[in-house]
Ligand binder design. Sequence first.
Ligand SMILES: C[S@@+](CC[C@H](N)C(=O)[O-])C[C@H]1O[C@@H](n2cnc3c(N)ncnc32)[C@H](O)[C@@H]1O
Length: 280
Amino acid sequence: MGIIMSLIRLRRRNDDEEEIEHQLSNQNNNNSINVNVISSPWNSYNNSCSTVTHEKYSAPFVRENMRRRVKLEYAAAQQPTTVGRWIKYYSSCHRILLVGEGDFSFSTCLATAFVWASNMIATSFDSQDFLMKNYRNALSNIAELKNRNCNIMHEIDATTMATHYFLGNMKFDRIIFNFPYAGFYKNLSPLHRQLVSMFMKNAKEMINEDGEIHISHKTNGFHREWNIESVASLHWLRLIEAVDFNHLDYPGYNTKCGFGGDNNFNSYPSKTFRVNMEVV
Ligand SMILES: C[S@@+](CC[C@H](N)C(=O)[O-])C[C@H]1O[C@@H](n2cnc3c(N)ncnc32)[C@H](O)[C@@H]1O
C-alpha cells in the first residue's frame, strides 16, 4: 500500500513538473505567466470543495515557487501523518481557520512549522490588491503558503463568515483572530468590542464541539476595556485560559497595524485568550 501511494505521489510530482514546464514554454512573453490556481480545502475529506482563481505572476517567480512546492510536497509525503507537528497550541492535525491576517506572516509561521499546510485556511479582510500595495512581504508569504498547500482567501469578513457560501459549511478545530481592530479608532472600545463579539458569534457556529477560538489581544491601556472574557460569555463561550503572548514563539510573525502602510506594532504586553463552548 505504501509503495503504491509513493508511486502515485511520484506520478503526480512528475505531472506537476511537466505542467510547469509546459505552461512556461507556452508563454510568448517570458516575463509573466497566467496561472490557474486550484485550491481544494480538505480535499481528502470533501472533493467537491474547490475554487479556481486566475492570477498573473512573473515567470521566474512561478518557476521557482512551483519547483519549491514540488519539493515540499515530496518532503511532506515522507512524514508520518498521524503524529502531527506542533507549534504552541496548533497542530498539523487540526483544521485551522485564520481570519483578519495582515501580511500573512502568522499563517506562514504555522505553515512552516507544519511543513505541509493543507489543514489551514488563511484569510484576510483586505483585498489582494490592498495587501500587495501595503505589505512588502505579503506576496512572498502568500506564495510560500500556496507552496505548502495552504488555502488562501481574501475579503473575508469575520463578522459574517458563518454565512459565507463556502466557509459557512465547514467546521474547524481552531479559529484564530490575532489582534482584531475595527480601524484606527482609539478610545472607541465599543466598535472594537462589537467586532470581537460578532467574530465570536460567527466562529462559534464554525468550531467542532471541542474546538477553540483564539484571540490574541493587547492587555494595556484602553485595550483592557474590551474585556474579552465578558464578550465571550455573551455567546455562551467559556474562557479556558488567557496566556501571555510572546511573539518569539512565532518566528517570522510581524504584527501589522493594518488599515494602510506596512507598520508593525509592539505586541507587548498581550495575551492569547482561548475560549471554547460552554458545557451545559
Ligand atoms: C491590528 S490589525 C492585525 C492584523 C493581523 N492579524 C496581525 O496580527 O498582524 C487588525 C486587522 O483586523 C482586520 N479586520 C478589521 N475588521 C475585520 C473584519 N470585519 N473581519 C476580519 N478582519 C477584520 C483588518 O483587516 C486588520 O488587518
